[in-house]
Design a protein around this ligand. Structure first.
Ligand SMILES: C[S@@+](CC[C@H](N)C(=O)[O-])C[C@H]1O[C@@H](n2cnc3c(N)ncnc32)[C@H](O)[C@@H]1O
Length: 220
């Protein structure tokens, strides 16, 4: 399935310093997956594991927590943020975690290149809110991308969004509810699952007094 191109980010490069540069050169290749040709997720791990895609992992704190918590799942983590990529590669190496693969680039490009019905779950926690109305077109959660994400989920797989921007939460609810093969619980939103690690952005939102909502839909 090909979707209209949705540009959800503006790439930025900063200076990384020698340690993170070394992590990119020496460690990342062990975990790296090509955004434009990721292959079938079931081939990423040996033995094969059900694979969950994490979109926009930031500095990778939640990725690492999930990898420790769910050793019987593979995590395919994608972000455009070079510092976060390098930092995650370094942490995976130092903790000896083997159930994570890392894609450096645009999540939409990666998802388009994945086979249909190939993922056990997709998690996008605190995607960029793009609060200004003129930037809303860059938001990840909109009908064309949610349709793409849904097509890559296996039957029974879950699509999990979280946000601390109430108006984006409403948009998530509206877009997901409108998709014919995504099923939400009767309440729409889900109480915050205890197992979901607190992310860096969530902490910042909570400190600023913003309430967090979780939305978990199942692919019918
Ligand atoms: C607001 S931060 C949230 C990070 C993390 N999930 C957390 O809760 O701490 C959003 C992240 O999504 C990434 N991002 C934005 N658009 C993206 C895209 N199209 N593909 C991959 N990552 C993207 C950004 O680089 C950033 O790290």
């Amino acid at each position: 399935m090909t979707t209209a191109r949705v540009r959800t980010f503006h790439a930025r490069r900063g200076r990384l310093g020698p340690e993170l540069n070394d992590a990119l050169d020496d460690l990342l290749p062990r975990y790296a997956v090509a955004v434009q040709s990721p292959g079938d997720p079931s081939d990423l791990f040996d033995p094969p594991l059900p694979v969950v895609l994490e979109i926009g992992f930031g500095m990778g704190d939640a990725t690492l927590a999930m990898a420790r918590l769910e050793p019987d799942r593979g995590i395919l983590a994608v972000d455009v943020h070079t510092r976060g990529i390098a930092s995650l590669a370094r942490a995976l190496d130092s903790e000896g975690l083997t159930n994570v693969r890392v894609a450096h680039g645009d999540a939409v490009t990666l998802v388009e290149a994945l086979p249909e019905s190939s993922l056990a779950g997709i998690r996008a926690w605190f995607p960029d809110p793009w609060p200004k109305a003129r930037h809303h077109k860059r938001r990840l959660v909109q009908p064309v991308t949610v349709a793409l994400l849904a097509s890559r989920l296996q039957q029974g797989g879950t699509l999990h969004f979280a946000t601390d921007w109430p108006e984006y939460g409403e948009q998530m609810l509206e877009v997901v509810s409108a998709h014919s093969s995504l099923v939400l619980p009767g309440t729409g939103f889900t109480p915050r699952p205890e197992w979901r690690p607190v992310t860096r952005y969530e902490k910042a939102g909570l400190t600023a007094g913003r309430p967090v909502v979780d939305l978990i839909a199942t692919r019918a």
